[in-house]
Design a protein around this ligand. Structure first.
Ligand SMILES: Nc1nc2c(ncn2[C@@H]2O[C@H](COP(=O)(O)O[C@H]3[C@@H](O)[C@H](n4cnc5c(=O)[nH]c(N)nc54)O[C@@H]3COP(=O)(O)O)[C@@H](O)[C@H]2O)c(=O)[nH]1
Length: 801
């Protein structure tokens, strides 16, 4: 807002518009005033002159008759009086009365020559009876007063008009200054100071902000100014935002984890980002101006690259986008996989101006995918095709054989005793065996054949394009031969055999899954027939494998249908011959299959996990039986129970045993758990911890079947065993070769040195009992004393002893 002083200064010094306005007003007002005053003065002058003329007429009309009479009467005095009367009239300064014929009467003074005058003459007649000219009166009026008054009027008018005009002009200019020019100056000053830095400051005028002001021109200009400022501000902000967006985008493009390349319409490279250089090894300056297809090393790669980019160009032009996975070459010649998306960039008119090529290094993903693909299709351990790929290949082979009317051999292989080797020698040895076995099988096959690992120790061999049925048998013979040489497992030479089942398309089935089932059934038959052999499928074999499935489903219901039984075999104190306890042995009394021995169903129970509830039932029943016998005979017998390694994987195992003991009120030291060496070799079981926990409860632990497995006494020291059971195979030969008796003696001595009680099982003859007793064996068990018998029989047996 301007201060009054500065306004004044401005008015004086710096407002050309006000001055010009003032000058214009003065000039135009003066001209107008002069013109108007001239008119006015002329009008007044004309009026004065007219008044003199009028006076002449008044004199003529008023005095004509009286003068006629005076002249007719020649009354000089009267004439003079009358003439004096005329002279007394304003401006009339001279009268000349011509009296006919020759006299005259003059009155008044003739004005100077330089004084303007007016004259009027009129005749004086006497008309009675007839008209007689008596004379003529000439009246002279002086214009001196008129001119004098005219001059005064002119000066007065000019002076007053000028003053008035001047003051009015000043007033107008002041008003104009106050109302307009100072605001214009302020606007000018605002505009001068106006910059991008003070766009927030609106233009305001030094006047009240009301509707009237807002609607006038200044208000409109101010409004327009402020609108312009707002628009400028918006534009600026938008521009800033755009610039920021562009900056961000360009940073994003530059720092993008994807490689970015921009080509012009002719596909010449205009821009590449940092990632591109990083990925390809090409610095930007080396590729700018080139075409993407030119960036390949070597003639073949260059040809492929040109071909690829030609395809890409055509598709982008036709479809609008191209994307795909490309095996590209870095500057150093290394190959890598990249996912490329090529799309056009369009200008505002929708015309293609550039092409955008975004690439992403997918080498790791590709490797991962290939790995996954491999994992999905190949067995990790042996590198052989897995079940899925094998089934695919079987389907392909069958489809091809269908077309060509050929034969396809399907062979099912299962390693004999693999489980035993795995359990006794450890998983590493098992793995080595599988790898070596797969190598031996593969070496017996032609290139078109497939050997696949189906899982565990099961292999599948596909023989497409088989000439005749015998061909499959010949291959099976070759494979069996390949297993003749021993396998080196953990430093030991081990002989492993395999059983092979063969089914042939289309002779045994034209359906792939039936072919597999048939080959499987044939394999079971081969196993059944003594292992290390092969069998060609025959329809009756189906029943055997079916039986196995049936057994599994029946066993699942056997527990709730109370089909299991415990039989007991006494354990005799070798020194006294007294019964000290019994071993509980499981039997399955199936209404369909009859009495099933444990060797037939325990492996299946272990495989299916059914052994956990069954094993729990065995301990419960065995403890309950021991309590019953005690009540019946008064003798507190010990009870030995077999436990499978699979039961140790049950996290509830130890607590469930404790619960059973508590429930039966059975002292822990009267219960012995018989554990095979397999358990100690199974690295998936925390055997030591569980055995310690069991030992802490007071339960006795025994190593069963000693001599058939790892047979190292050293590990016995590491575990809290109480008893060692010499396997019946040693006992059977104890009276035969010296070696065997020496071995049994050594076992007894070493067991005693480790504070272990020794039980010999499989004692069938008295001589065996005598030998064992003589060599310090603590307890004896076998048919010589009693076969395993049902609970009631065992109680009866106890009573008669
Ligand atoms: N996990 C569990 N395993 C069990 C259970 N019950 C038994 N089994 C295991 O089954 C295997 C076979 O047992 P079985 O057919 O009962 O054979 C036992 C005896 O009948 C047999 N035996 C006993 N004395 C003689 C003999 O003088 N001669 C001879 N040829 N055989 C004899 O030995 C078997 C007992 O062996 P062991 O257990 O090693 O003491 C058997 O290996 C059991 O482990 C069960 O409940 N759970």
């Amino acid at each position: 807002m301007l201060k009054p002083l500065s306004r004044l200064q401005q008015f004086r010094h710096g407002s050309p518009l006000s001055f010009r306005l003032l000058a214009y007003i003065l000039v135009f007002s003066s001209v107008f005033t002069v013109f108007a005053s001239g008119l006015q003065i002329y009008s007044d002058f004309h009026k004065d002159v007219s008044a003199i003329e009028e006076r002449f007429r008044v004199v003529e009309s008023g005095y004509r008759s009286s003068l006629s009479r005076s002249l007719w009467a020649l009354d000089r005095n009267l004439l003079e009086v009358q003439l004096e009367g005329i002279l007394s009239l304003p401006d009339i300064v001279h009268l000349r009365l011509r009296i006919d014929p020759d006299s005259e009467l003059v009155m008044g003074e003739q004005p100077d020559r330089d004084i303007a005058t007016r004259e009027h003459s009129f005749p004086i007649r006497h008309s009675d009876p007839q008209e007689t000219l008596l004379g003529e009166l000439t009246v002279t009026a002086s214009l001196e007063r008129t001119y004098r008054e005219l001059e005064e009027t002119i000066w007065t008018t000019i002076t007053t008009q000028f003053l008035k005009t001047f003051l009015t002009a000043i007033l107008i200019v002041w008003i104009f200054q106050v109302m307009v020019t100072r605001h214009l100056s302020h606007m000018a000053q605002f505009a001068r100071r106006f910059s991008l830095n003070n766009l927030d400051q609106p233009l305001t005028l030094d006047r009240s902000d009301n509707q009237r002001h807002r609607n006038d021109e200044l208000g409109q200009v101010t409004d327009a100014f402020n609108q312009m400022r707002e628009r400028l501000k918006d534009d600026l902000e938008r521009r800033k935002r755009d610039e920021e967006e562009i900056r961000k985008l360009s940073m994003a493009v530059e720092q993008s984890p994807s490689s970015v390349m921009i080509c012009d319409r002719q596909w010449n490279i205009e821009f590449v980002n940092h990632k591109f250089s990083q990925l390809t090894g090409y610095p930007a300056e080396q590729v700018l101006g080139q075409r993407p297809g030119d960036l390949a090393l070597g003639a073949r790669a260059a040809r492929d690259s040109q071909h690829l980019w030609q395809t890409i160009r055509i598709q982008v032009q036709r479809v609008g986008v191209w994307q795909g996975e490309v095996n590209s070459v870095r500057r150093n010649g290394a190959h890598y996989w990249e996912q490329i998306v090529v799309s056009p960039i369009k200008d505002e008119d929708g015309r293609i101006s550039h092409f955008l090529i975004i690439g992403e290094d997918i080498s790791i993903r590709k490797r991962y995918e290939q790995q996954l693909l491999r994992q999905a299709n190949y067995d990790v351990l042996t590198g052989l095709p897995n079940r899925m790929l094998a089934l695919d290949r079987l389907k392909l082979a069958v489809a091809q054989a269908q077309r060509e009317e050929g034969l396809v051999g399907v062979m099912f292989l299962d390693l004999d005793n693999f489980k035993h080797i795995n359990d006794t020698m450890g998983h590493d040895a098992g793995d080595t065996l599988l790898v070596e076995a797969s190598r031996r099988v593969s070496s017996c096959l032609r290139g078109t054949s497939t050997v696949a690992r189906l899982g565990g120790d099961e292999f599948l061999v596909l023989l497409p394009g088989l000439k005749d049925e015998q061909g499959a048998g010949q291959v099976a013979e070759r494979i069996l031969k390949g297993f003749n040489a021993p396998f080196l497992l953990g430093g030991q030479e081990v002989f492993v055999t395999t059983s092979i089942g063969i089914a042939i398309y289309p002779l045994d089935s034209d359906n792939t899954s039936t072919l597999l089932q048939n080959a499987d059934a044939a394999m079971y038959e081969a196993k059944h027939n003594g292992k290390s052999s092969w069998e060609r499928f025959a329809p009756q074999m189906k029943e055997l494998s079916h039986e196995r499935l049936q057994m599994e489903s029946r066993m699942r219901r056997a527990l709730e249908l109370d089909e299991f039984e415990l039989w007991y075999q006494p354990i005799i104190d070798a020194a006294t011959g007294r019964v000290t306890g019994a071993e509980a042995l499981l039997r399955w009394n199936s209404p369909v299959m009859g009495l099933v021995m444990p060797d037939r169903f325990i492996p299946l129970a272990e495989e299916t996990g059914m052994i956990i509830p069954i094993g729990r039932w065995v301990i419960e029943q065995a403890c309950a039986a021991a309590k019953r016998w005690e009540e019946a005979t008064g003798t507190a017998l010990n009870i030995a129970v077999n436990v499978s390694p699979r039961q140790f994987r049950d996290p509830e195992f130890v607590s469930s045993v404790q619960q059973i003991l508590t429930a039966c009120d059975m002292p822990a030291d009267r219960v012995e758990l018989e554990i095979t060496e397999r358990l100690l070799l199974d690295s998936s079981i925390e055997a030591a911890t569980i055995l310690q926990e069991l030992d802490a409860t007071g339960i006795r632990l025994s190593v069963d079947d000693f001599g058939t497995g790892f047979s190292a006494l050293s590990y016995l020291k590491s575990y809290p065993f109480d008893t060692l059971k010499i396997d019946k195979s040693f006992v059977a030969d104890v009276l035969g070769a010296d070696d065997n008796s020496a071995l049994v003696r050594a076992i007894i001595n070493m067991a005693h040195s480790l504070s272990l009680t020794v039980v010999a099982e499989g004692v069938e003859e008295a001589a065996q009992a005598t030998f064992l007793s003589a060599h310090g064996c603590d307890f004896l068990q076998g048919y010589h004393y009693s076969r395993p018998i049902p609970d009631a029989d065992f109680l009866a047996w106890l009573r008669i002893r």
